[in-house]
Design a binder for this molecule. Structure first.
Ligand code: C2E
Ligand code: MG
Ligand code: MG
Length: 710
């Protein structure tokens, strides 16, 4: 027997309740062809037993039963099996009985004895109804389910799905509209699409959001801005949302082959996140993230456009190259965070001196470039440069520090000083160097004479690249002298650059540039190599054993393979670390104390001695001295210089000397130029000195001469 669940829609079950066996059999026989399942009960009790097991579609009920009244059974059926149709059979022909039965819920009424045709017709009729109803129910269920599905699909779609009527009014919006624009769908239904379009997009939206075309010509993935619902409470967030719209017209086909326009359906996808990401990427590609200013790429772009425009209209423009004075010192003494803060403050202050349309860019560490696309004369540019310099009279306040920072500015004007980007920038750079040479915090215009003086940073950078291969560097040596014995205890190696046109360039003029442009690495290698060779040569020539001091730059020490390279250099030249002394400034150490300690220890293990250069100018914290394998302190020459002035230079020098003695460190006084200075140093027990008084830095040959025992 199939279970109820498996019953097909055509299957109909029938229970015949009839106490007359003959009548029962004939009825069953008559109905088997049209009813799939027929059970029979001859008493009320039997009927109840069947009904307890099965729900019948139809019950053919004889009202007169031996044990129960047919009406009681009907009441039971109505209560427990309300879906079952009851066809009552009764020998009672009176109309009241029939009415009573119908009232009790009978579906139909047959008078006994009835004609077989009538019986068959009545039962088939009822069975047909059962089947129809069942099909109907199933269909309804299916429709309801598929509608639920569609509703779910439409409403859970992250995209806004909408329809418009022929007049452009919303007839439907899915729930995504509330996430994307903040409206409840009901707030917009009946309103024109214009309600969600910002004014500037109305023209666009008329043919996009409100598309009437179909097929290939309809709107596909078109970017549009929509207006967010005004948030009266917070008033925050973007006013518009970027969406990508696809829309098409809806038509009802007409018999003549044309169509009646019903409205528009469309999908709008929120692409604001993508737009945002695109904007961020573009911004990052064209801006300096620290200051938010345009970067070199964007500057070049704008300069290119400005030149084209100036050329077309026969106008002038100015390019300024701005370089902060002494920024490195700020960075080294106060750390990078303060340096960054200063750069941000500087960017802000510079912007304050500019007009709309001017482009200020940060193009390197402490370098800025400025494009003034509309200058009438040089005076115009000079006025702006003056304004900038005047604005820097007041200090910057960064992280509790009061910092004064100046600017050296070089100016090149189109078309006189150059008619293309490259030349203008190069010439502004040259002029900036000229300004720096002339006392800083000032501006200079490019002149053609300048070109030959080759003071520009770009020129320096360029020339430096060739200096190594062309052998333009030379090592000079300056003796360090023991005050008691007047004997040379060491030599400091100091690099010199013989520039083919500029003559001798002092290290302070190119080492910082080399550090910035990365050339410091090969130069340092050359320095170390040359110093090692010299040390070896002096040893081979049986010169007195001295220490050879080599200056290290911060960039060099920061290099991860610095120690390995150093040791490799020693090995390659066949010398050990003994007799090599490296000179590091305090600020260099402070940049990465932990890293420096580790690296210097490894070098000290090789016998290399370590001295702190320019001591006293950086951090006065002495605690680090205990952590480091330091051997020597070199007192900065500014303190020695101050010895002659009536200031406290003496106290400082005496203090440092006493402290160094306490820590069992050597002390070298730098920059000793007079015998008065030397006498003072001797009186406070300073070990040794270095300075013009004994000797200026000299070439290797002369240094060898100085070493030769008299
Ligand atoms: P520093 O290490 O403090 O070198 C001492 C500087 O003082 C040298 O300047 C020297 O010529 C100068 N000097 C020596 N005695 C006197 C004196 O009596 N009076 C005056 N006024 N100056 C004196 P120089 O050679 O111009 O070097 C400047 C700086 O450049 C050095 O300062 C050092 O920091 C750096 N430097 C020099 N050679 C190298 C090098 O090979 N590598 C690196 N990384 N830096 C170097
Ligand atoms: Mg030095
Ligand atoms: Mg020094």
């Amino acid at each position: 027997m199939p279970s109820d669940a498996e019953v097909s829609s055509a299957f109909v079950s029938l229970l015949i309740v009839e106490d007359e066996p003959r009548y029962l059999d004939s009825t069953r026989l008559l109905l088997t062809s049209s009813i799939q399942r027929i059970d029979a009960a001859m008493t009320g009790a039997q009927a109840l037993a069947w009904l307890a097991q099965h729900s019948y579609d139809l019950v053919l009920l004889d009202l007169r039963l031996p044990d129960t009244s047919g009406h009681d059974l009907m009441a039971h059926l109505r209560e427990r099996h309300p879906g079952t149709r009851i066809i009552v059979m009764s020998g009672n022909s009176n109309i009241e009985s029939a009415i009573h039965s119908i009232r009790l819920g009978a579906y139909d009424y047959l008078r006994k004895p009835c004609e077989p045709e009538e019986l068959i017709k009545t039962v088939r009729n009822a069975a047909h109804k059962v089947r129809l109803e069942r099909d109907n129910l199933r269909m309804l269920q299916q429709i309801e389910q598929s509608e639920q599905w569609h509703r779910l699909l439409v409403n859970t779609s992250p995209d806004v799905i909408y329809t418009l009527d022929g007049e452009g009014r919303f007839t439907f919006l899915n729930e995504s509209i509330s996430r994307v624009l903040g409206y409840h769908p009901d707030e917009l239904v009946g309103k024109s699409y214009e309600a969600i379009v910002p004014d500037e997009e109305l023209d666009n939206a008329r043919y996009r959001l409100n598309e009437r075309r179909t097929g290939d010509r309809s709107t596909r993935n078109v970017d549009l801005l929509l207006k967010r619902k005004e948030d009266l409470l917070t008033g925050s967030g973007e006013a518009t949302v970027a969406v990508e719209v696809s829309a098409a017209g809806m038509y009802r086909p007409l018999p003549d082959g044309s169509g009646e326009f019903l409205g528009t359906y469309g999908v709008a996808r929120d692409i604001s996140a993508r737009k945002q990401a695109e904007a961020t990427i573009t911004f990052q590609a064209y801006h300096d993230l620290l200051t938010g200013l345009p970067n070199r790429a964007l500057f070049n772009d704008r300069l290119g456009q400005a030149i084209a425009q100036a050329r077309r209209h026969g106008q002038a423009l100015a390019v300024m190259f701005l370089d902060m004075d002494r920024f490195k010192v700020v960075n080294d003494t106060h750390g990078h965070l303060v340096g960054d803060g200063l750069l941000q403050g500087m960017a802000q202050r510079l912007r304050g001196s500019l007009r709309e349309g001017d482009t200020l860019a940060r193009i390197g560490g402490d370098e800025f470039m400025l494009l003034l696309p509309h200058v009438r004369s040089r005076d115009n540019a000079a006025f702006i440069a003056d304004k900038i310099i005047a604005s820097l009279k007041h200090p910057f306040h960064v992280d509790g520090h009061e910092i004064y920072s100046g600017m050296s500015i070089g100016i090149a004007v189109y078309p006189e000083d150059g008619d293309n980007q490259e030349t203008l920038i190069k010439h502004a750079d040259l002029a900036m160097y000229h300004a720096k040479d002339h006392g800083r915090n000032d501006f200079r215009f490019f002149t053609h004479d300048l070109q030959h003086s080759l003071t520009g940073r770009l020129a320096v950078e360029n020339d430096m690249r060739h200096a190594l291969t062309r052998g333009e560097f030379e090592m000079y040596y300056q003796p360090q002298v023991d005050i008691q014995s007047q004997r040379i205890r060491g030599m400091e190696a100091l690099i010199r650059w013989h520039h083919p046109e500029r003559g001798m360039v002092p290290p302070n003029d190119f080492i910082p540039i080399a550090e910035e442009c990365g050339l410091i690495a090969p130069i340092s290698e050359w320095v170390l190599d040359t110093a090692c060779k010299q040390a070896k040569a002096w040893r081979a020539a049986n010169m007195p054993a001295i220490s050879l001091g080599v200056n290290l730059s911060a960039r060099q020490i920061e290099h991860p393979h610095f120690v390995d390279k150093f040791i490799h250099s020693l090995k390659e030249n066949g010398i050990d670390g003994q007799g090599i002394e490296i000179e590091i400034t305090e600020s260099t150490l402070m940049r990465d104390m932990e890293g420096a300690i580790e690296k210097l220890r490894r070098l000290a293990d090789q016998g290399v001695e370590i001295s702190i250069d320019d001591f006293g100018t950086g951090y006065s914290s002495l605690s680090y001295l205990r952590k480091l394998p330091v051997h020597t302190l070199k007192i900065d020459r500014s303190f020695i210089h101050d010895l002659s002035a009536p200031s406290n230079g003496g106290t400082i020098v005496a203090g440092i000397t006493a402290m160094a003695k306490g820590l069992r460190l050597n002390v070298v006084a730098e920059g000793v130029e007079t015998s008065a200075q030397l006498e003072y140093l001797e009186s406070i027990g300073c070990d040794s000195y270095q300075g013009y008084l004994f000797s200026r830095p000299v070439a290797a040959r002369d240094a060898t001469g100085l070493l030769q025992p008299h």
